[in-house]
Design a protein around this ligand. Structure first.
Ligand code: ADP
Ligand code: MG
Length: 681
């Protein structure tokens, strides 16, 4: 029924009047989809206001204006490179209308009175103006013209007809927005908003766009809430443990938990002890001690005779987690990654299947189908920012994991958290382990590289261990590598064998050895690409040099800086930047210099860079927003989250009048997975 109603919107673009196959392909490219709804959601980026009438006496250059003029004479070009020109006047002054090709003689005969709209240049010439209409047909001239994003070969007039047709095909839809909200915000209905944006009579007020942004955000929030509810509704298990293994791990660790580690662990324990499933985010700045909390949570599962797994994003991080866990855990810990092969792999697989291995750390290899667990209760996911991974684990074919803890060293801004996870239970580690000193951050122009190098030399003489991070060159790994190798060669020449090199394209054994040498102090200056960005833990390192800091995202710089300040020594971070720094770049680096508050930095980074790449590593996976902009529409996002929660509380099956309408909204925004949970549940 609903399906039928929406069918015209999901019909192919070619079903629209005036759109044949080749043109439809261009439109699809511009709109990012080949259905009617894609065109409707292809909103104008701006509007040309043609109501600005001027007298030629006061003709401005370079601005869209509309003039009413009479043609005085036609001037033919002296050669093929010159335009044909109509000299025109309105009685207050003169101007000309010029065409290099296809001069419209029929519309511009001498003596004709016409309305012309477009931009004149400094020589008072309208070159190929947008519109020329006879004065007695001036009504045909649009007052306001939407400017849609286009693509090569596509022109605005190609879109006008199909969009008008598409607007006519919007079916009668129930209103899914809350009436009081709509009244308060002064929003039009869904179809009205699309009309106001695509076929405006005046430049539209902000209401219509906000309304559509809210539609999209609400659909997202309801969908997330439905899927989460379904995921968490499956039977979980109560893990209580007796504290025996934990106590031993803490004794080995030898230091007290920080207050927020204690608080986070209590929250996690409450989740684990409850018979429902856990999906919790452990958010804490770099160095705040998440790994220890994760281990203690995992040991709780082991105390109950079950298994726990830690999923790391890279092989390198998996190996590092293994070191931490193996040092503290009073039970065996296995490593399972793609590079564990042969007999060793077989042994681990057997141990996991039989339960002899209670703890395992690894990459996604952990959850390949061939890996069988005896009784896996808890999965910890490190540095994953997408709901999908956790959802798959919790829903996984055998429903094998009952609890998931996601940890992130990147302080995800609340906005981004909402768009990717919906309302999520979060434990935050807000302070660093006692004794950690602030990192003193300074800015240096690359013009002073020699001085900086001298300074590093003195630090090395004093026994310091130094990271030297090489520039990020325009997205090219080979160029990054070249820069790192050149810097390595230069520093090696100066400081000798104490300089090491680690980058992402080394054989993992070579890279591991380089990192291990640095960790043990065999080398004391490590030249590296961003492979050291997350998680590398060498407490003795106290100096971080970042070359071309202006090329990194703020959050990424913060992550890198977090590699130092982990031990007892006073730590330094030197941001080397190119000599001519833009004002904006300078401001970003100054913010970093002046604060170590990861949440503030992340929020700022999010604002500067926008939602898509807020985490600095393109791992954000922010869903492709078409109508909303989570940064600009932050207020709406928070409203939508509350709205969705309230709606589902009152009408969990979306069966009421508004619930039914929201189902239409979900279909409109193709949140079909969420729809299926409604049918199933
Ligand atoms: P994160 O994973 O949050 O970046 P880690 O768990 O790697 O942080 O911890 C950073 C460093 O702090 C490690 O060297 C760890 O041993 C140490 N650490 C963690 N918790 C404490 C604590 N309560 N007291 C002292 N040191 C701690
Ligand atoms: Mg860590």
């Amino acid at each position: 029924m609903q399906h039928d109603r929406l069918a015209p919107l999901f019909a192919p673009l070619t079903s629209l009047r005036g759109l044949g196959e080749p043109r439809a392909r261009l439109v699809a490219r511009a709109a990012g989809g080949d259905r009617v709804i894609d065109l409707l959601f292809h909103l104008p980026e701006s509007y040309i206001d043609r109501r600005q009438r001027v007298a030629l006496r006061a003709l401005p250059a370079g601005r869209v204006v509309t003039v009413t003029v009479a043609v005085v004479r036609i001037e033919r070009p002296a050669n093929a490179r010159q335009p044909t020109r109509a000299v025109v006047t309105d009685g207050t002054g003169f101007a000309e209308i010029a065409f290099f090709k296809g001069f419209p003689h029929a519309r511009l005969p001498v003596g004709a009175r016409v309305v012309v709209s477009g931009k004149a240049d400094e020589r008072r010439s309208f070159v190929h103006p947008d519109h020329i209409v006879p004065e007695d047909a001036a009504a045909r001239l649009p007052d306001v013209e939407p400017v849609w994003p286009l693509t090569a070969g596509l022109f605005p007039w190609h879109l006008r007809g199909p969009i008008a047709d598409a607007l006519d095909r919007i079916p009668d839809l129930p209103e899914w927005q809350d009436a009081a909200l709509q009244r308060r915000e002064g929003w039009p209905g869904f179809a009205g908003a699309l009309r106001a944006l695509h076929a405006p009579e005046a430049p539209p007020p902000p209401g219509p766009r906000r309304r559509l942004a809210y539609d999209e955000l609400l659909a997202g929030q309801v969908a997330l809430a439905l899927v989460r509810r379904r995921v968490l509704a499956r039977p979980g298990r109560a893990l209580t443990g007796d504290g025996r293994l934990r106590a031993r791990a803490l004794a080995t660790f030898g230091q007290a938990l920080t207050p927020s580690q204690t608080a986070a662990l209590a929250e996690i324990d409450a989740d684990l002890a409850a018979p429902r499933r856990m999906l919790r985010l452990l958010q804490g700045d770099v160095g705040s001690g998440k790994t220890l909390v994760a281990l203690l949570a995992m040991l709780r599962a082991v105390e109950d005779g079950a298994q726990a797994a830690l999923l790391a994003p890279t092989e390198l991080l998996a190996q590092q987690h293994l070191r931490t866990l193996a040092r503290l855990a009073p039970v065996p810990v296995a490593l399972l990654t793609g590079s564990v092969k042969g007999a060793a792999r077989e042994r681990i697989l057997r141990g996991l299947a039989e339960g002899a291995l209670p703890l395992v750390v690894g990459t996604h290899a952990l959850f390949q189908d061939r890996v069988e667990y005896h009784d896996l209760a808890l999965a910890v996911i490190d540095e994953q920012h997408r709901f999908g991974v956790a959802q798959r684990l919790l829903m996984g074919g055998k429903g094998r994991v009952s609890d998931v803890l996601v940890m992130t060293a990147t302080p995800i801004p609340r906005t981004l958290l909402l768009t990717q996870w919906g309302e999520m239970t979060v434990s935050r580690l807000t302070e660093k382990p006692a004794g950690r000193l602030p990192v003193r951050t300074t800015l240096h122009s690359l013009a002073t590289l020699d001085d900086v190098t001298d300074g590093i030399g003195r630090a090395l003489d004093g026994g310091a261990r130094v990271y030297w991070v090489c520039p990020l060159v325009a997205e090219s790994e080979t160029a990054d590598l070249a820069a790192a190798e050149a810097r390595f060669a230069a520093l090696r020449a100066r400081f000798g064998q104490t300089v090491g090199l680690a980058h992402g394209q080394q054989e993992s054994a070579v890279r591991e050895a380089a990192l291990a040498d640095f960790a043990t102090g065999r080398t004391r200056l490590l030249v590296a690409t961003t492979v050291i960005e997350v998680g590398v833990d060498v407490p003795e390192a106290s100096v971080m040099v970042i070359e071309h800091a202006e090329r990194f995202g703020l959050a990424q710089l913060h992550q890198l800086r977090g590699r130092v300040g982990r031990g007892r020594d006073a730590s330094f971070c030197l941001l080397l930047h190119e000599a001519g720094l833009t004002e904006a770049a300078r401001r970003r680096l100054l913010l970093l210099r002046d604060t170590e508050d990861g949440f503030r930095i992340a929020d700022e980074d999010f604002r500067i860079r926008g939602g898509g790449d807020a985490l600095g590593t393109r791992q954000a996976g922010a869903p492709g927003w078409r109508l909303a902009d989570p940064v600009q529409d932050e207020r709406l996002l928070h409203m939508a989250a509350r709205d969705a929660a309230l709606l589902l509380e009152r009408d969990p099956r979306l069966a009421g009048e508004r619930g039914q309408a929201v189902r239409v909204l979900l279909r409109l925004f193709e949140r079909t997975a969420a729809m299926r949970t409604l049918q199933a549940g």
